[in-house]
Design a protein around this ligand. Structure first.
Ligand SMILES: [Zn+2]
Length: 272
């Protein structure tokens, strides 16, 4: 992979948190799966933070993922997801549109909106960019799945989030801009991707999105979530990422890790 061009800047946009039963995220024996000694322990309700990533390069500005929408309660109600993953730990200044405003970035300033996958908490703000002229990018496999089922939603895919969008698709691992690559990491969904950015000063950063939810999911040993589209692919995607991380000494940024997001440099700070 090439290094990103000098002048490339990466900004992490934290967008508040959903909250949920940790069992959804971490199906670990002795944790989600109880022993007889643990029968009476209550479920653990935890923060599920969500973030987006803005990558400014001399060849264009790319946004990775779009987080959850401010009107989540109405939008998710038909699916039941609003009760299992309420987006209720977020303030007005943490919504994606506010984060972009704080940086002086208008939707029309973004050239590429890239989706790790099309779940409700990643594709939730595509509407912000509908008439912006941006190019929308998703993996071919994800698109095929997301448009291929009958009905308005399937699990955490909600068609109204993305059905009006015309996507450009990528297949396989793809260097999209110099130093900015998409890694195919299926398993969480059929076409989940991770983002790899090879920065001149900060080195390689990998944004796993939901291929790896949290540090405990990564392990080793890796620990799957309660809902995985394909468990075998999920395990091999995690090991694929681990291989790249070891080879490049990458900074791994997990999709929904409440401890990690506090330790990262976030907007308006940048990685260069
Ligand atoms: Zn997801």
């Amino acid at each position: 992979m090439a290094l990103a061009k000098p002048g490339t800047k990466l900004t992490i946009l934290p967008c508040g948190a959903m909250t949920a039963d940790l069992t959804w995220l971490l199906l670990a024996p002795g944790r989600a799966i109880r022993s007889r000694q643990q029968k009476a322990e209550p479920p653990e309700w935890v923060d599920v933070p969500t973030h987006c990533v803005l990558v400014d390069t001399p060849e264009g500005r790319l946004l990775w993922d779009t987080s959850c929408p401010p009107d989540w309660e109405q939008r998710w109600e038909p699916t039941g997801l609003h009760d299992f993953f309420p987006y209720d730990k977020v303030s007005e200044d943490e919504y994606l549109h506010a984060r972009l405003q704080q940086l002086g970035v208008a939707p029309g300033d973004i050239d590429y909106v890239v989706l790790s996958h099309l779940h409700f908490d990643h594709a939730g703000n595509l509407g912000l960019f509908r008439d912006s002229g941006a190019t929308f990018v998703v993996s071919d496999v994800e698109k095929e799945f997301a448009f291929g089922f009958d009905g308005a939603f399937s699990g955490a895919h909600i068609k109204s989030d993305y059905q009006d969008v015309e996507f450009r698709t990528v297949s396989g691992d793809t260097e999209f801009l110099p130093g900015v690559s998409f890694i195919q990491t299926p398993g969480h969904t059929p076409g989940s991707m991770s983002l790899r950015v090879d920065l001149p000063e900060s080195g390689t950063m990998i944004f796993t999105a939901d291929a790896v939810y949290r540090g405990e999911s990564y392990g080793p040993p890796s620990v799957p979530a309660a809902i995985v589209n394909n468990l075998e692919s999920w395990y091999s995607s995690v090991e694929k990422l681990r291989g790249i991380a070891e080879e490049t000494d990458a900074t791994m940024v997990f999709g929904h890790d409440p401890e990690q997001i506090r330790q990262l440099r976030v907007a308006p700070g940048v990685y260069a």
